[in-house]
Design a protein around this ligand. Sequence first.
Ligand code: MN
Length: 330
Amino acid sequence: MPAVTADTLTLPRLPRLPETETDWRPVTRIVTGQRHLEGEGFQVRRPFPGVDLELADPFVLLDHMGAVEYGPGEAKGTPWHPHRGFETVTYILDGAFRHQDTTGGGGLISDGATQWMTAGAGIQHIEQPPPELVATGGLFHGVQLWVNLPRARKWTPPRYQDIEARDVKLLATDDGASLVRIIAGSLAGHEGPGITYTPITYLHATVAPGARLTLPWPRDFNALVYVLSGRGVAGAEERPLGEGQLAVFGEGAAIRVRAADTQPSAAQAGWEVLVLGGLPIREPIARYGPFVMNTRAEIIQAFEDFQAGRMGTIPAERVPHQTAADDPVG
Ligand code: MN
């Protein structure tokens, strides 16, 4: 797992949180991600939305893509498709995705880079594996997170941000054993590069086998830990948490998890977890396919606007489509 690695001994360290005086958040729920096919047929694990979307607020969806070892000709992406009403954050750990959108944004995201797309009032985009990955096959591992926009921001103009792997803020845990990458938001006074309309914190941590990860966390944010690979336990109550599972935390001032002493071969560097939380929006959600609005009437309007060509124009110089015929709604 390349993502970004570093010598943790040289990095700024997170504060040590006292074991007994800290108000640790309890684990309220463990959710196992369900398998779905996305785009042109690549498999994702999806821990939310599940039964209760309120647990994830302000997040709407998390798709864990891979890790998968593609054979020649097997890598897949999405056709051109629209979005409205939220932001997508795509973080690639291994392999690459080529992206282009109707604002003129686009580029290659690979090995620890993040692409942030504010769909806002409406956009179309395409996500494709680069030709080399299609030709030769290879390892692919990434995550796409959807962050909701509040009613007042749903009509904001679309925006694109490329966050290179080197821009990610790196920290070490208080014991120096584990690496924490801040992709967006802040943690213990350190800022990550992503700029968000909805306040969130989004981290990727590699927790050394047997080591603890303890993080101060804003009381008004929700708190979720999702496992990319490896195994460990969540909360002071040490609930088992393995690959593809999400721990939902209750109220408190800090999060704690611990990596198992022995890890499977896929997690040789350590237990790979995403830690995410944000300020809940607490508005009604109407979601259908690629649109996330507040009411059903706004969803119907989104389909009408898309069909009438009011969600951007696909550029003449397009990313070549590698894998299948264009399908307008992915
Ligand atoms: Mn999309």
